[in-house]
Design a protein around this ligand. Structure first.
Ligand SMILES: NC(=O)c1ccc[n+]([C@@H]2O[C@H](COP(=O)([O-])OP(=O)(O)OC[C@H]3O[C@@H](n4cnc5c(N)ncnc54)[C@H](O)[C@@H]3O)[C@@H](O)[C@H]2O)c1
Length: 337
């Protein structure tokens, strides 16, 4: 069978890694085109991906008839309209999370996806493809912890990455949409439903820049689910020790914990200062396999003419909850759906 021919839009922090994964780590797929509005990224891409056609204009990328699929890794506020344009041009589409930066545009893109049932659409909730999270879900589905009723999640970025977060702040949609969205989707997935109310608190404790955008550097949300389930989410941008993604799912007959110590490896260093365990440094390191697994699933879905488990509706739901959390934080009130 012929290779699935992919064009990627966005060659930034994450997009470049996706491009490398498509080009070098995905049998049966080919990186045929790259698109970026940043000259130095395209110069680097010309060296690393010499056979890929380079575009500086997304509309021009979509005229490339040699492509089967578009992989979107551009700023979050562009996702919905770029998804719509790519589906309209006849391509299969993968989009990075979040689906959109407001609920109406997500609802609109849901309709657009529904109008193209024969084209694969996949959203980048890659944690579902991380082996530990997938294993936890299997354990829950097998009844190993009874009925899950509480998800407690930590999603902490290291202080070392703060410059990028500040640069991204004007278009990120805020801490709940940008960061907690993964944990929101996981809570929906693990608890098997959707919340009917949310409350949130937070503050700019270290970097006042976030407050300019109605955002903050550390925040918590508390969600009540329609089926009685609960979620407690903590998102932060200033962790001193590294990238700390931890999830606990508590059920009527037991609990599961995923990476309570975000360890880099199994080495402990015994020194004069005590016993030291190094921490993962960032999302590439922690979720390297998950990014690859989701990409491979996207390519398999195209080949097998089926849709992935992560649906466009999951993206709208997570965005709706993230917005409700943002509103709850800004207006200091419980938001009901
Ligand atoms: N799944 C995850 O864990 C994860 C992690 C990081 C980022 N993300 C998401 O990935 C997306 C990209 O984030 P990033 O940190 O790589 O951003 P970035 O700012 O580093 O890169 C953005 C890229 O988009 C390109 N771009 C901007 N406007 C464009 C346009 N009109 N047409 C084509 N290309 C355009 C830029 O040239 C650049 O290459 C965001 O939506 C972010 O939320 C997801």
């Amino acid at each position: 069978m012929e290779n699935i021919r992919i064009g990627i839009a966005g060659l930034g922090r994450l997009g470049y890694r996706h491009a490398e994964n498509i080009a070098f780590k995905t049998p049966g797929a080919e990186l045929v085109a790259v698109c970026s509005v940043t000259g130095r990224e395209l110069e680097r891409a010309a060296i690393d991906f010499p056979r890929a056609t380079a575009y500086t204009d997304y509309a021009a990328l979509l005229t490339d008839q040699s492509l089967d699929a578009i992989f979107i890794s551009t700023p979050s506020d562009l996702h919905c309209r770029q998804i719509e344009a790519a589906l309209g041009a006849g391509f299969h589409v993968f989009s990075e999370k979040p689906l959109g930066v407001n609920v109406p545009e997500c609802e609109h893109v849901e309709l657009v996806v529904a109008q193209h049932p024969n084209q694969v659409f996949m959203l980048g909730f890659m944690r579902r493809y991380d082996e530990s999270y997938a294993y936890a879900k299997q354990q829950i589905d097998a009844g190993k912890i009874g009925t899950p009723f509480l998800v407690r999640a930590y999603g902490l970025d290291p202080e070392a990455l703060i410059e990028g977060a500040i640069r991204f702040a004007p278009t990120s949609g805020g801490i709940f949409l940008d960061m907690a969205i993964h944990d929101i989707d996981l809570a929906n997935w693990f608890l098997g439903g959707q919340p009917d109310s949310v409350y949130a608190i937070g503050g700019s404790f270290v970097h006042s820049e976030f407050a300019e955008f109605g955002d903050c550097d550390n925040a918590c949300a508390m969600l009540q689910y329609r089926n009685g389930g609960m979620a407690l989410l903590y998102a932060g941008r200033t962790a001193a020790h590294g990238y700390h993604i931890e999830t606990e799912i508590i059920g009527s007959k037991g609990a599961l914990r995923i990476s309570p110590v975000p360890q880099k490896n199994l080495v402990q260093v015994y020194g004069a200062g005590g016993v030291m365990q190094e921490c993962v440094g960032g999302f590439f390191e922690r979720f390297e396999d998950a990014y690859l697994n989701e990409l491979h699933e996207f390519v398999r879905c195209i080949r097998e003419e089926r849709q992935p488990e992560v649906k466009v509706e999951d993206g709208t739901l997570a965005t709706r909850i993230a917005f409700a959390a943002t509103e709850a934080y800004r207006e200091k009130k419980i938001v009901r759906f």
